[in-house]
Design a protein around this ligand. Structure first.
Ligand code: ATP
Ligand code: DP6
Length: 419
């Protein structure tokens, strides 16, 4: 290594993803190997993403990490597994201009610093661990010049958090469960990129950004140990659904896509209820989810063909996938009628992300929300102010990116400390 002290840094951005065929249950807890395949849609990083800067310097005396500005420990097994796997694949790095020369073997002795920021609530059921671990692995791989492709990197991100492996790609992504005991064939592949089905619009109703009581890890462990429905689901239901879902995505068949997405979300929550002790991810806010589900089901039924699909992860937030902009425009009108912002709220903060949907819906201010007609398919539709914290309008998005603009780095280029 050169004498002079230097800091080498890489910054990356990685999207989050939402499963339309859920991963729930592990056959190996340490390697994070699932009991079934799963399929997800990657969300547009413009609205939901993680940004991570990783740095290496001979002056660093230990590995350190800051998440959303606060220092956290990297000693946990999941972080250690990711760091170890990437270090094992590190290659020689040379930057003559900066006087950097790192031989392959040097990586074992060098320490890293990581700063990461989620532009959405952490640990609240919006898959922060997915975007977070995918970004960590992607950024470290670039820092260390690892030659692995994104599928190979996904098998490392998987060891940070299962769902993270699907965030290595944009569009629709399948996590193949694999058979090998060492997990080498349990990785993500892209089914189609984000341009394949770009008319879809995704609206997330954030009902609560509080941390959930039962983590996905603990919840699925209990389900594997106690739920017979989970065994049946993994063996009989999911393999068929995966094939049908792949077909629906390939053919942009929204009817089948919506039916499979809603059914799979409902079955995942049924497995949670079938777990001992039962897990109620929608517990304290259940009336809101019932209202959203019944609004979508009634509308789909009245149209004769599905307009919107709903899916809920391990938390109360609803993810609604609309067939196209027309359906999304109608959906936001119905949602804002049923869940208007509280009187003092700013509409600009109540609907975030792609605000052009609001414009299409002819909604510019609170007065427009108050003037919305009740959805005709819902008898005695009631308005419940304050039941939704905010809505995020987004769409299917692309996979990880390197950010070359140094001003976006979260670590100081000279000190390697958070900016
Ligand atoms: N940007 C990040 N970089 C690295 N790790 C992260 C990042 N964001 C979150 N994590 C890790 O993920 C954990 C949160 O994961 P958890 O599964 O509880 O919540 P979630 O992913 O937001 O929700 P869910 O998986 O149910 O959708 C954090 O405690 C942290 O360890
Ligand atoms: C309901 C889910 O979101 C569960 C995600 O679980 P995690 O990936 O967060 O769990 P660990 O692998 O233990 O970290 C469904 C899904 O994303 O497929």
């Amino acid at each position: 290594m050169a004498e002079k002290t230097w800091v080498r840094m890489v910054t990356a951005q990685t999207p989050t993803n939402i499963a339309v065929i859920k991963y729930w249950g592990k056959r190996d807890e340490t390697l994070i190997l699932p009991v079934n395949d799963s399929i997800s849609v990657t969300l547009d990083p413009a609205h939901l993403c993680t940004i991570t800067t990783v740095a290496v310097s001979p002056s660093f005396d230990q590995d350190r990490m800051w998440l959303n500005g606060k220092e956290i420990s990297l000693s946990g097994g999941r972080y250690q597994n990711c760091l170890r796997e990437i270090r094992a694949r590190a290659c020689e790095v040379e930057d003559k201009e900066k006087g950097i020369k790192i031989a392959k073997n040097d990586w074992e002795k060098l320490h890293v610093r990581v700063a990461s920021y989620n532009n959405f609530p952490t640990a609240a059921g919006l898959a922060s661990s997915a975007a977070g671990f995918a970004c960590l692995v992607f950024a470290l791989a670039k820092l260390m010049k690892a030659k692995e492709d994104n599928s190979e990197l996904s098998a490392i991100a998987r060891q940070g958090s299962g769902s993270a492996c699907r965030s290595l790609f944009g569009g629709f992504v399948k996590w193949i469960m694999g058979k090998a005991e060492d997990g080498s064939d349990s990785l993500a592949v892209q089914l189609v990129d984000e341009k394949h089905w770009d008319e879809l619009v995704i609206i997330i109703a954030v009902v609560s950004s509080r941390q959930k009581e039962t983590s996905s890890t603990t919840g699925m462990r209990d389900s594997v140990e106690t739920s017979l429905l989970l065994q049946h689901r993994a063996k009989e239901v999911v393999p068929k659904r995966i094939k049908q879902m792949e077909e629906a995505i390939k053919n942009r068949d929204f009817g089948s896509f919506a039916q499979l997405t809603c059914a799979d979300s409902n079955q995942f929550h049924a497995v949670c209820l079938d777990t001992c002790p039962p897990i109620f991810y929608m517990n304290d806010t259940s009336h809101r989810q019932v209202k959203i589900i019944s609004c979508v089901e009634k509308w789909n039924c009245s149209e004769g063909t599905p307009q919107v699909a709903y899916t809920f992860d391990a938390g109360p937030n609803a993810v609604l996938i609309a067939h196209n902009r027309k359906a999304a425009t109608q959906l936001i009108q119905k949602l804002l009628f049923c869940f208007p912002p509280s009187s003092d709220a700013d509409l600009n903060c109540y609907v975030i992300g792609d605000k052009s949907i609001l414009k299409d819906a002819g909604i510019e201010d609170i007065k427009d929300v108050e003037a919305l007609p009740p959805p005709p398919e819902i008898k005695d539709a009631q308005r419940s102010k304050g039941d939704v914290s905010y809505f995020i309008c987004t769409k299917p998005g692309r996979g990880p990116d390197l950010l070359s603009d140094e001003s976006l780095a979260l670590l100081h280029p000279e000190t390697g400390l958070p900016k």
